[in-house]
Design a binder for this molecule. Structure first.
Ligand code: GDP
Length: 523
């Protein structure tokens, strides 16, 4: 039997951030294989094989073969309990992707060695940076020719503005990939080599300690030159800087060929933080505090098309969750017993009886919960810090197809906005509804759910990509400032927002109205 404290400290809860095709799915599968949570690769996301993972609940997901949900996968590895939260990526990029990053203690950033830092990675990175969580970098696809490793590090520092510390270094690449020089574990790990011969030890000077033909090759000399340079001019290893997210440990490897993944996992587990304290209105709550508490970061509707139930994803921040326990919803002060709860695994959705700080559980919801809600067991009742709102980039005008059905239209919109599925605005002049989203799929899910759950067919007219800016000094805004290039709208809290057609329109506005102070939300 392990103690509550040991249970909590064994948790490692993280998300993978990357641009589509960098290898997130492949990496997740390899990690799950090590953890024994799945038997075959190809079960995480069946976009090619036609099989569906348990995260693909909604009808719309089946139609499109993508995962709308941030599924949660849990496995045990060498005394640790690992929770991987999936961040929806391709066309299904949405606010959920960002919010998932609010529920983790660290992030793993996967970079395609040939492509370097790409747009989506940058967006997600910024959210992690804002939270100050540790970010571990895995540079993938070394079995193919990519950018030079030093160039990649430079990009990391320049584009992301983060220091890096390579934990290992590639010797060759692509067809000439020999393996990685592991600075941390003091060994060379060979690519495509039988298990028993995989590791070559290093001597005191940091050279391969045994006779091996690679020592005579230029690949080796080049790698050793780079490593010398890193030792002399590179960043120092600093655990404090890793913890504060200022320095990213960098690993090289190839997820597809399962090379460097285990070394990455083992090193990651040593340095990644256990569950961290969270700020609430009652002060900072320690994960080792025995009172159960957590917050809801995502609500997934329509898991079972036959019912209207939803699942609210809760990140446990302190204490232990037990099935059937009484919890209080801080927002309403109401108490309920939680009898139906779900734990998430890669290929099975099983009932959870117990979970502790760091874990994610799914609670069956009949419309009680909202994103950002705090649940506590017993007293005192408190509320965790609000989740940030993210700046949408895509907008559509929306109206009910059938004017006779305004009531269900309003009800549906109200609910879905409250749930955090989409953002809503109203034009100041004409009081038209405008929806805002981070990703296109949010609109499709909205349309699907409006007709399926609220019996309301909607008409959506894309108005394209816009730059949304909130306004500090609303009192100085006049009607004349609104134009076709800068539409003035109100968000659902009644705050004024300008939707600018493009960067140019934004700059033009700022030049013309220097007294208006505009600001951006996260994202
Ligand atoms: P995701 O979109 O980030 O989830 O990326 P996937 O894991 O689906 O990978 C995208 C593509 O890259 C797939 O065709 C993978 O087989 C391939 N891929 C992933 N990792 C590697 C790797 O280490 N080497 C090579 N050559 N291909 C890889």
């Amino acid at each position: 039997m392990t103690s509550f404290k040991e249970d909590v400290l064994s948790r490692r809860t993280f998300a993978i951030i990357s641009h589509p095709d960098a290898g997130k799915t492949t990496m997740t599968e390899k990690l799950l294989l090590f953890g024994g949570a799945i038997r075959d690769a190809g079960t995480v996301k069946g976009k090619k094989s036609g099989k569906f993972a348990t995260s693909d609940w909604m009808e719309i997901e089946k139609q499109r073969g993508i995962s709308v949900t941030s599924s949660v996968m849990q496995f045990a590895y060498s005394g640790y309990n690992v929770n991987i939260l999936d961040t929806p990526g391709h066309q299904d990029f949405s606010e959920d992707t960002y919010r998932t990053l609010m529920a983790v203690d660290s992030a793993v950033m996967i970079v395609d060695a040939a492509k370097g830092i790409e747009a989506q990675t940058l967006k997600l990175f910024k959210v992690c940076r804002m939270r100050g969580i540790p970010i571990f970098t895995f540079i993938n696809k070394l079995d193919r020719q990519g950018k030079m490793p030093l160039e990649l590090l430079e990009e990391l520092e320049e584009v992301l503005g983060i220091q890096s510390y390579p934990m290992n270094w590639p010797i060759g690449m692509g067809k000439e990939f020999f393996g990685i020089y592991d600075r941390y574990n003091k060994r060379v790990e060979q690519f495509r080599t039988e298990e028993a011969d995989r590791f070559l030890p290093l001597d005191e000077e940091g050279h391969i300690a045994v006779d091996h033909p690679i020592k005579e090759s230029s690949l080796y000399t080049e790698a050793m030159d780079d490593i010398m340079l890193l030792e002399e001019a590179g960043n120092d290893f600093s655990r404090e800087k890793i913890n504060s997210g200022e320095l990213s440990p960098v690993f090289f490897g190839s997820a597809l060929t399962n090379f460097g993944v285990q070394t990455f996992l083992e090193t990651y587990l040593q340095f990644a933080p256990p569950p961290q304290p969270r700020v609430a209105d009652a002060g900072e709550i320690d994960p080792l505090n025995e009172q159960f508490s957590g917050f809801i970061f995502k609500i997934q509707a329509n898991m079972n098309p036959a019912h209207r139930d939803r699942i609210a994803f809760l990140r446990i921040c302190s204490g232990k969750f037990e099935r059937g326990m009484a919890v209080t919803l801080a927002r309403t002060g109401k108490s309920t017993k939680v009898s139906q709860s779900t734990q998430f695994l890669a290929d099975d959705r099983s009932t959870v009886n117990e979970a502790v700080s760091g874990d994610i559980i799914g609670l069956y919801d009949t419309g009680t919960y909202q994103i950002g809600d705090t649940l506590t067991g017993g007293k005192p009742v408190f509320q965790y810090e609000k989740l940030p709102q993210f700046t949408p980039e895509l907008f559509v005008k929306v109206a009910a197809k059938n004017v006779m059905k305004q009531k269900s239209f309003h009800k549906g919109i109200e609910q879905l906005v409250q749930e955090g599925a989409i953002q809503m605005y109203k034009t100041v002049r004409t009081e038209e509804y405008i929806l805002g989203a981070v990703g296109q799929l949010q609109f499709e899910v909205f349309e699907h759910r409006m007709s399926g759950e609220y019996n309301s067919e909607v008409r959506m007219e894309p108005i394209g990509q816009k730059i949304a800016r909130w306004i500090e000094n609303e009192e100085d805004i006049t009607d004349a400032m609104s134009s076709s290039r800068s539409t003035l709208v109100r968000d659902r809290h009644g705050k004024l927002v300008f939707l600018f057609e493009n960067d140019f329109a934004l700059r033009w506005f700022q030049d013309k109205h220097e007294n208006i102070r505009l600001y951006n939300l996260m994202g």
